[in-house]
Design a protein. Structure first.
Length: 315
């Protein structure tokens, strides 16, 4: 049943206009960024210098930062995976089928997660198509690891963290308004954390406390030469891996908490409705019984009175 729910959620996401809107936004912004040769033009804090436009560190920074700034997409594709069932009042129909809580929540989350991950194909296409229209001096050879490493070590863990938070809020509150507000607050809090991390002197703590790995890319590549940027893949070391393990563990904990707290409300609502209905029926029955007894007593008194009246009339 997990596989069926997963495919259903994935197909719905891929047929949604929002998916193609987000894909187009990613593709258009990265295509524009790649084609711009002005070294003073910045995009989300990244500018082209003397390094290639498709340098591995540039690709890693873009993918990592876009995974954070795409929080709105996370709320729409992953956060609403369960909440929309309650918004459309179809949760009772779904819960009436032989599906477990793990299958239902897991399938919904996994379908939305994979759909959101596919949106990053727009970034890859934006880079590759943009490079095709640039002069040779602005680009270098294609390196598969330039995309693979950031996807594995930053994009997927970051989507897992944000997706678990948004999924938990939307699933447990069943209200997307609260989730949207929480998403905005989340970005605001991370901006404050970013400023605090920037002022820290301990680079190890900086890397460990950053939930998205942006600080690690900046710290470990700050002394790279142009040749290093053009040829070396994204920096990965023991501290960075510990950071990834910590925040992936946080994501798993949030998902476990969501699973633990989530309940099949349809059953509870049905039970409550049944209980209330039974109470109403009992009250109605007691009321009808009292009315019937009162009516019988009246009939009996009237019958006795009539008999006495008829008896007196004989005299």
């Amino acid at each position: 049943m997990f596989y069926q729910i997963f495919l259903l959620e994935l197909k719905k996401s891929l047929k949604s206009p929002a998916f193609y809107i987000f894909l187009s936004i990613f593709f258009g912004t990265i295509l524009t960024f790649t084609l711009i040769t002005d070294p003073y033009n910045q995009f989300i804090g990244i500018a082209h210098g003397k390094e290639w436009h498709n340098a591995p560190i540039i690709i890693a920074q873009i993918l990592t930062r876009m995974s954070v700034f795409g929080l709105l997409f996370t709320m729409v594709l992953i956060g609403r995976a369960v909440a929309k069932d309650f918004e459309n009042n179809i949760h009772e129909l779904i819960f009436s089928r032989p599906v477990s809580k793990m299958q239902y929540l897991g399938g919904r989350f996994a379908g939305g997660f994979v759909a959101y991950l596919l949106i990053f194909a727009g970034i890859i296409l934006g880079f590759e198509i943009g490079i095709a229209f640039l002069e040779d001096k602005y680009s270098g050879p294609y390196q598969f690891g330039s995309y693979l490493l950031p996807l594995v070590f930053t994009v997927i863990p970051n989507l897992l963290l944000m997706g678990s938070i948004m999924f938990a809020l939307a699933t447990l509150t069943r209200k997307m308004t609260a989730t949207y507000l929480a998403g905005v607050a989340f970005l605001a809090v991370y901006a404050i954390i970013g400023v605090m991390l920037h002022r820290m002197d301990n680079e190890t703590m900086k890397v460990l406390l950053d939930p998205f790995g942006i600080t690690a890319l900046t710290v470990y590549s700050q002394y790279w030469t142009v040749a290093d940027m053009n040829n070396l893949l994204m920096p990965i070391n023991a501290t960075f891996m510990i950071n990834r393990i910590i925040w992936v563990s946080v994501s798993i904990t949030i998902l476990w908490y969501t699973y633990y707290k989530f309940e099949f409300v349809a059953f509870l609502e049905k039970k409550k409705k049944t209980t209330c209905h039974n109470i109403r029926e009992n009250r109605t029955y007691r009321l009808q019984s009292k009315t019937t007894c009162h009516f019988i007593k009246k009939q009996q008194v009237l019958y006795v009175f009539t008999m006495c009246y008829n008896f007196l009339e004989r005299f």
